[in-house]
Design a binder for this molecule. Structure first.
Ligand SMILES: [Zn+2]
Length: 323
């Protein structure tokens, strides 16, 4: 299968579909239209929406810069930096901010695409959400100096993740992908991940009724064994992993699918389709389950490089069939 579990709001598809950001970030019909365009125009067999990872943070009170056509929304305020104990997850979270937009887009996409194209709704993971609410440096400092505060914040954040994930699944999403870039060993140490984030991810998977995917950026090899104990149906990894073959081996032993990992920043963004093909072949040789961009796509990523992914898969299949 070819598709994406990471953010993918590319400008060329905004032009083709007539659904551009920032409207496609806020209007369910436009969100569904741009997402569906990844199937019809980029030949993706699995699609992912929304096109940014600030929806839950915004719903919990963070201000966002709404971005432009070619610039993804980002968090610009951390309302609980000085009072993390005040974080409360509202019971009507599903009615706040853009959460209802993602819920409605899930319904629209499911109705339009039927069951033939799996649709994946995305949310922020608990560490990313904690950094949105409290500021990245404060939160990372707590993980080292005041782990009890970090843990309490993560516990509240995972409650928000559980509410949103269940709502999206109930509305028609086939899976929910959680992106948690701060859980990367390059950001927080593997010990902090194991002590602080892992228990929350276990609880998340015990509480979410449906398929779950985890995306963590960077060289995640050292935490893969812990990730695999959290109960996700699939993991999405990027090209900076040290040993993709080993990750896939461990994941498959655990009945977990692996999604990835064509370089988004280099190959898909700035290299010719021939390079995409080469990298796709490497992933397919390693028995990747869903051939996908390794991380969020840059808005200026050329469509021809996305099309090169399914072409490479078809060619790979053809070559294998011949053997
Ligand atoms: Zn990433």
């Amino acid at each position: 299968m070819v598709g994406t579990a990471t953010t993918a709001g590319i400008v060329e598809l905004m032009d083709i579909s007539g659904a551009s950001r920032p409207e496609a970030d806020r209007d369910p019909e436009k969100m569904a239209k741009l997402a569906a365009s990844f199937h019809t125009d980029a030949k993706f067999e699995v699609i992912r929406y929304p096109f940014d990872v600030t929806v839950v943070g915004e719903a919990l009170g963070c201000q966002i810069d709404t971005g432009t056509r070619a610039r993804t929304p980002s968090i610009i305020s951390h309302p609980f930096e000085s009072k993390p104990e005040d974080i409360e997850i509202p019971i009507d979270l599903m009615k706040r901010g853009r959460v209802p937009v993602v819920i409605e887009a899930s319904r629209l996409l499911r109705n339009e695409l039927g069951m033939k194209v799996p649709i994946i709704a995305g949310i922020e993971g608990p560490a990313d959400l904690a950094s949105y609410l409290c500021g990245i440096s404060s939160f990372l400092m707590w993980t080292i100096q005041k782990p009890e505060i970090a843990k309490a914040v993560i516990d509240k954040c995972i409650d928000a993740c559980i509410i949103c994930a269940n709502e999206y699944l109930n509305s028609g999403a086939n899976a929910v992908v959680m992106a948690d870039s701060l859980s990367s060993p390059e950001m927080m140490g593997p010990d902090a991940f194991k002590e602080l984030v892992k228990p929350a991810l276990v609880r998340y998977n015990e509480s979410v009724k449906g398929n779950t995917i985890l995306h963590i950026c960077g060289e995640v090899d050292s935490i893969v064994p812990d990730i695999l104990q959290c109960g996700f149906n699939a993991i999405s990894v990027e090209e900076n992993v040290k040993d993709l073959n080993n990750i896939i081996y461990l994941a498959h032993k655990n009945n977990t699918a692996v999604i990835g990992n064509i370089s988004t920043a280099n190959t898909l963004y700035r290299k010719p389709p021939e390079d995409v093909r080469k990298e796709a072949f490497k992933c397919l040789d390693a028995k990747i389950d869903i051939l996908a961009p390794g991380c969020g796509l840059a808005p200026e990523t050329p469509l021809r490089n996305l099309l090169a992914m399914s072409e490479a898969r078809d060619e790979f299949k053809h070559l294998k069939d011949k053997v």
